[in-house]
Design a protein around this ligand. Structure first.
Ligand SMILES: [Zn+2]
Ligand SMILES: [Zn+2]
Length: 266
């Protein structure tokens, strides 16, 4: 939105410079009407972006459509922001001044992000990374991952069979299983706490009345079983929010790096 405000502030300046937009569509499309410009004035001045009026110091200027003269050049980032922000949906595909349909090419990344597996795989990777971080923090806080696991098994009234394994190779496997349990349970508890926070963000007093007391009573009367259920719900909720977050990041990346607008050459 800040970009739009800046754009609106700058447009009158741009129009003065460009002898008015002239296309009469009133949408402020920064395309201008360069075909009517005397070509000599553009040649004397260094080319500037038709949206932000800056030169090519920060980014290269491209000619994405058939507009020429002072409206010929634009920064790709400025054009893409305009395409997303414009009230006229046609702006996404074409220049409203000259009517040229932008020649776009999808990058390898865009093709990858378009695939149905991209978001689930990215979510899996994000959750795996979060699990590692949580396990490392638990190991630091409790002294070792084994100690952290012992505390969790104690809280959940669990005594997993691998705790009795004594063979050399099995001890290593048991440690890996301990780590997996610690990471899964802690991620579940964090996901659950996050869901509660989101739900009661506006009315924290409702949390005490409707959730905190019943939750404490449930944990008190059912101990490990309650923690197991909380963890399962929390993991589910946590996975969902990770999925949403990853999806919005993926669509941002698609717009930011996924698509290239090709230049028009005479
Ligand atoms: Zn620009
Ligand atoms: Zn144009």
């Amino acid at each position: 939105m800040a970009f739009l405000a800046r754009l609106r502030q700058r447009l009158p300046l741009g129009r003065t410079r460009n002898n008015n937009d002239g296309d009469g569509d009133g949408d402020g499309d920064a395309g201008g009407n360069a075909q009517q410009q005397p070509s000599g004035s553009a040649a004397e001045e260094p080319p500037v972006c038709r949206i932000c009026l800056c030169g090519d110091e920060t980014a290269p200027l491209i000619s994405p459509c058939k507009c020429r003269g002072t409206n010929a050049k634009v920064h790709l980032a400025c054009l893409n922001t305009w395409r997303r922000a414009s009230a006229n949906a046609r702006s996404l595909r074409e220049c409203l001044t000259c009517g040229h349909v932008y020649d776009t090419r999808k990058s390898q990344l865009a093709l990858m992000l378009d695939s149905q597996w991209a978001v689930p795989v990215a979510t899996g990777v994000a959750i795996g990374a979060a699990a590692h971080v949580v396990a490392i923090i638990a190991a630091i806080v409790c002294g070792s991952i084994g100690n952290a696991a012992t505390r969790i098994y104690h809280a959940m009234y669990l005594y997993p069979p691998w705790r009795n394994w004594t063979w050399a190779w099995a001890v290593r496997l048991a440690a890996a299983l301990d780590t997996a349990v610690v990471a899964t349970v802690l991620l579940g508890v964090i996901g659950f706490a996050h869901a509660i926070y989101i739900k009661y963000q506006q009315h924290p007093q409702h949390f005490l009345r409707y959730s905190a007391v019943p939750l404490v009573m449930l944990a008190n009367s059912h101990g490990g079983a309650a923690v197991r259920v909380f963890s399962a719900i929390g993991l589910w909720v946590g996975y969902h929010s990770a999925f949403k977050c990853t999806r919005s990041l993926a669509s941002y990346a698609l717009m930011r790096w996924g698509e290239t607008i090709l230049e028009v050459h005479d």
